[in-house]
Design a protein around this ligand. Structure first.
Ligand SMILES: [Zn+2]
Length: 463
């Protein structure tokens, strides 16, 4: 039995068996098992099929480490050859996958094979719109629109991998504590897998509208008598004692899926890195995933140059932006308050991983006010693209960087939109009925007379 196979069988007792796997800067395993889980804090390793939610030794976050990609003959795939491998797996038969996540299987969950639960997802467009360019102050701004995923947000990319892992583990159910995009994605993929999906929410904190998709997809919503901490504790106890697989935001397999936002974007750009990738930042899961994707893509020769990551927070919940300003000397928490609910997070779970992502990419962290975010959202919506409020933080961030002279003419920038415009219909109705809102697009009541229609058209042409 090789060291690696041995470690696979007894991961708990042999934390250091992989210490010699330091080619590619320790980013990949050299041989043996396809993936392991490794504690980011103490280096303790677990087998890929261990269901622990965090490090059993120190409670640190787990990272996934894969064997370096290889061809069918076992030869390492690097640079052009790896690009060709992914191109071959894009849509074409018989090797192809219709999923924008699973075409990158060798960097996400190698060997997932028949366990894969895929909608399919990903393959989201890279858009350009002159109106958004004018607003941001830069030509050719690329918009990576993750709202085009099956449940309307980027969460599907992580959830297809997380629920696939639940199938590999033979989990009795999957669970999360969330009322937003995560629970919608969990519910959809659990339904497809035929595994019960459980969503835990604290009593009194529940807005049913946010759970509408989740209810429709058939997940069981458990309203817990207690606060959010009670809720989290219960989810963890249930995972330990009842064989329920936890798909909360620190689940390392979800991070693997979210990496494909960047991998797919780079592939769409012909593997020529943009100068900047700008994304909304709340819990920092995407910032962490983007950093890991870029680190691996660079180590594997997929890209020659690492783009700068820019994480954009809402000013009312910007602990990470505050940390950035003091060189990440302190891990801050705040009482979060912003209209951008998907990034309304006061104590981001993936802080440490995100710090590494920003440092390694010579990145930046900004904050934008709710007014700036809404201003950007109105432009994105009116361009016919549309997004949920949190998403617009990325475009607001680009505008700020152009104004500050950080982004200069001719530079290539991708802004990520994380969720679909219908994720928050309430804000659309509110905004466009408001008397004090300059860009309000109010319904116009008219007589049933074609002249009245003509008058409306005349007014539009004046505007
Ligand atoms: Zn540990």
């Amino acid at each position: 039995m090789s060291d690696h196979a041995h470690a696979h069988a007894h991961a708990h007792e042999h934390a250091h068996d992989h210490a010699h796997d330091h080619a590619h800067g320790g980013l990949f395993l050299e041989s043996g098992t396809e993936s392991i889980q490794r504690c980011a804090s103490c280096g303790h390793t677990l087998a890929a099929l261990d269901a622990a939610a965090s490090c059993p030794a120190c409670d640190g976050l787990l990272d996934i480490v894969h064997v370096a990609p290889r061809d069918v003959m076992g030869a390492p795939l690097h640079g052009m050859a790896l690009r060709a491998h992914f191109a071959q797996h894009c849509c074409a038969r018989p090797l192809g996958s219709p999923s924008g996540v699973w075409r990158f299987e060798s960097l996400v969950m190698p060997g997932a094979g028949s366990a894969i639960v895929s909608h399919p997802e990903g393959n989201t467009p890279l858009l350009t719109r002159p109106a958004i360019d004018r607003f941001a102050g830069i030509e050719g701004l690329r918009i990576k629109h993750e709202g085009h995923n099956p449940t309307g947000s980027f969460k599907d990319r992580g959830m297809t991998v997380g629920v696939t892992q639940a199938v590999r583990l033979g989990a009795s159910a999957v669970a999360c504590a969330s009322t937003g995009n995560t629970s919608a994605a969990l519910a959809s993929y659990a339904a497809q897998a035929g595994i019960p999906g459980l969503v835990f929410v604290p009593a009194g904190k529940i807005a049913l509208g946010k759970l509408a998709q989740t209810l429709g997809y058939g997940a069981r919503t458990l309203i817990v008598r207690g606060d959010f901490d009670d809720c989290l504790r219960l989810v963890q106890d249930a995972a330990r004692e009842l064989g329920i697989y936890l798909l909360n935001s620190i689940n390392p397999w979800r991070v693997e899926g979210q990496k494909t936002i960047v991998l797919e974007m780079l592939q769409q750009l012909g593997w020529e890195s943009p100068d900047f990738i700008v994304l909304p930042a709340g819990n920092l899961g995407n910032t962490a995933a983007f950093g890991k994707a870029l680190r691996e893509a660079h180590a594997l020769g997929l890209i020659d140059r690492v783009p700068r990551l820019v994480a954009v927070q809402a000013a009312g919940s910007a602990p990470f932006a505050r940390g950035y300003r003091d060189g990440f000397a302190t891990r801050y928490t705040v009482t979060a308050d912003t209209i951008a609910t998907a990034i309304r997070i006061g104590d981001p779970a993936s802080w440490d991983r995100a710090v590494r992502a920003i440092r390694e990419t010579n990145g930046m962290v900004l904050s934008c006010t709710d007014d700036e975010i809404i201003e950007a959202k109105v432009v994105i919506d009116a361009a016919g693209v549309g997004c949920e409020p949190a998403s617009a933080a990325s475009v607001a961030g680009v505008r700020q960087l152009v104004r500050d002279g950080v982004i200069t003419p001719g530079q290539r920038v991708v802004a990520v939109l994380t969720g679909h415009v219908l994720k928050d219909p309430g804000i659309l109705v509110d905004l466009h009925q408001r008397a004090d809102f300059a860009s309000a697009n109010r319904p116009i009541e008219i007589d049933a007379d074609v002249r009245a229609v003509a008058r409306v058209l005349e007014q539009r042409s004046v505007v």
